[in-house]
Design a protein around this ligand. Sequence first.
Ligand code: FAD
Length: 364
Amino acid sequence: MADRSDVVIIGGGQSGLATAHAARTMGLDAVVLEAAGTPAGSWPHYYDSLTLFSPARRSALPGRPFPGDPDGYPVRDEVVAYLAGYAAALDADIRTGHRVDRVTVTGSGEYEIGTAGGAALRAPMVVAATGAFSSPHRPGLPGLESFTGTVLHSADYRRPGPLAGRRVVIVGGGNSAVQIAIELAAAGSRVTLATRRPLRFLPQRVLGRDTHIWLQRTGLDTAPWARPLLAGGKGTPVMDTGAYRATIATGNPDRRPMFTRLDGDQVEWADGTRERVEVLLLATGYRPGVDYLAGLDGALDTGGRPRHRGGVSPACPGLGFAGLEWQRSFASATLRGVGADARHVLDRLRKGPGPVRAAERARR
Ligand code: FAD
C-alpha cells in the first residue's frame, strides 16, 4: 500500500519549500519529494559569480528572514545555505533522492505519485514545484546543425575560465545573457550579444532605494495586471545600476541584431557580413520541467507546458503549480514572490473539488 498524505509536493527547491511552509500553516500533512541529495533547488548549479538582483530583505521565503545585511545583495552560496537552513527549520517530511517520474489518477480518484526508485505515494493534492533549470530552451537557429564551433546553454556556464580569450556570441538579452557577456569580456573574450530586440534595462535603484522595494510598495510586484507594464511582451528587463549599460557602451560586449544564420565556423550578421565565431552561448531561458505530468489528461498543453490559472490546474482537480514564471505576477518565480503564490495555490486546492470528490461526482 502506498504512503498517503494530504499533499505531495514535487521538488524541494525554494518553491517546494515555500509550499511545504504553507501546508504547515494550514495544518496539512505534506511530503516533499526531491530528486537531488539536498533541498537547495537549482542554486548550487548556477554560475559561480551569481549575485541576487534583489536585496536580502526582499529575498526571503515566508517565516525566515535572509541573514546578513538586509540591504546587501546575497551571492549564490549564501542562497544555497539559506535554503538548506530553511528546509531544516521547517521540520517537514522532505525525502531527498526521490525523482518523480509519473503522476497518475488511481481507481479511487486520488493521485499516485511514482518515483524512479519505485516508491509510490498517494494524495488528493499534488503541487508541481520542479522549476525549469532541468529543461533549458534551445531554439532552432538557421544553420545550427552545421555550426562547427562550441555550442553551450547558459545552464552549462559556471565561470569564464574555459571561454576566456575566445570569440563568443551570446544569443539572448536577459539578466543572465548580460551578466555572462560582461564577465567573459572582462576575462579577455570578444563578446557580442545577439538579440531580436534592443536590450531593455530597469534601474536597480530609484530615488536611493532598490527598485524591488518600490515594486513591492506600489503593488506592481504581485499584481497580475502589471504584466503588460513590466514585460509588455518584450521579455523581462535587465536589472542595472548603470554599470552594465556603461560597459556595453565601450563596445565589448556589444549588442547586434540577431544573426541570420550559422554556417560552418561562421556567423552571418543581418547586414550580410560574416565572421568566424568560436563559441555560441544560448542564454535563451528555460521551460518548466514537468514531463512527469504527461499522463494526466489536460495537465499540460500541446507544447508540454503547465495549463493553469494562477497556478491551479483547471483540468485536474487537486493539481497545482508553484514557481512558474508569471504564475500570478512579476515576482512569482523569485524567492520573495513564491511564498504568496504557494499559499494561494494550496488554499484553492484544499477548497476545490479535489480528485476524489471529482471522481465521486463523475460516478453519480
Ligand atoms: P529550482 O530551484 O529549479 O528547484 C527545483 C527542484 O526540483 C530542484 O531541487 C530539482 O532537483 C527538483 N526536481 C526537478 N525535477 C524533479 C523530479 N522529477 N522529481 C523530484 N524533484 C525534482 N530569483 C531571485 O529571487 N533572485 C535572483 O537573483 C535570481 N537569479 C537567478 C539567476 C539565474 C541564473 C536563474 C536561472 C534564476 C534566478 N532566479 C532568481 C529565479 C529563481 O529564483 C530560481 O530559478 C530558483 O532556483 C527557482 O526555484 P524553484 O524551486 O522554482 O526551482
